[in-house]
Design a protein around this ligand. Structure first.
Ligand code: FES
Ligand code: FES
Length: 237
């Protein structure tokens, strides 16, 4: 046997360790039971470490402390100073910070109109705007339109025409109605206005279209329309 053959033979013998413990037959790849068990344990350990690493990585982020901001608004004729989380909606600032709970939270997604308030003369969904965007704004909520002793004409008309049932949508309906009549008075056209040059007419269709963002689950629509028409003077009450 040449020196080279002796070397190859030795290496082959060493890979199998003790020749009497070899498994897997002669030649090629030799896998002992012990090696297999070690490999399996190592795989399980790696998987466990990986999942614990992922878990701890998931747990690591902490919610940052809120960024607070000072804010001044004129609400219902009164100067109000607040210190709010910058993520606070105007609706939550009114309800939670100022405790003006007349403004309702229906959908919180701009779809129902229950949260309608009047900001600088225009109606908006207060759930869709951040409070900090309204520094020094003039805000009117249902509490600022009238009082139980001295109702706003629109509030009185809703009572007179039975324009509500459960009443949940009513503050938003009334704020919206007041702003709608102002919009028509200012000549702002709507989707159904045909003549964009002349002042929009005070028709039922105009009112219905402009009030279409205020949903009433009780279905008091016809009575709400009657109330608005009464205040507008566009129809005999
Ligand atoms: S609560 Fe704002 S639109 Fe519904
Ligand atoms: S009165 Fe009940 S939702 Fe309008």
């Amino acid at each position: 046997m040449s020196n080279h053959d002796k070397k190859v033979n030795k290496e082959h013998h060493d890979e199998g360790g003790n020749g009497s413990k070899k498994e897997g037959g002669q030649g090629g790849f030799h896998l002992t039971r012990r090696t297999l068990l070690k490999a399996g344990s190592a795989t399980v350990a790696v998987a466990a470490v990986s999942s614990s690493t992922v878990l701890s990585a998931r747990e690591l982020p902490v919610t940052p402390s809120p960024a607070m901001s000072d804010l001044t608004m004129n609400v219902n004729g009164e100067k109000r100073q607040l210190n709010v989380d910058t993520r606070t909606t105007l609706l939550d600032a009114l309800r939670e910070n100022l405790h003006l709970t007349g403004t309702k939270k229906g959908c919180d997604h701009g779809q129902c109109g229950a949260c309608t308030v009047i900001v600088d003369g225009r109606r908006i969904n207060s759930c869709l705007t951040l409070a900090v965007m309204h520094q020094d704004a003039e805000i009117t909520t249902i509490e600022g339109l009238g009082t139980p002793e001295k109702l706003h004409p629109m509030q009185a008309a809703f009572v007179k025409h039975d324009g509500y049932q459960c009443g949940y949508c009513t503050p938003g309906q009334i704020c919206s109605s007041v702003a709608v009549l102002k919009e028509i008075e200012m000549g702002i056209p709507s989707h159904v206005t045909r003549d964009l040059v002349s002042p929009p007419p005070l028709t039922a269709d105009e009112i219905r279209e402009r009030m279409s963002g205020n949903i009433c689950r009780c279905g008091a629509y016809s009575n709400i329309l009657a109330a608005i028409e009464d205040v507008a003077g566009s129809k005999e009450s």
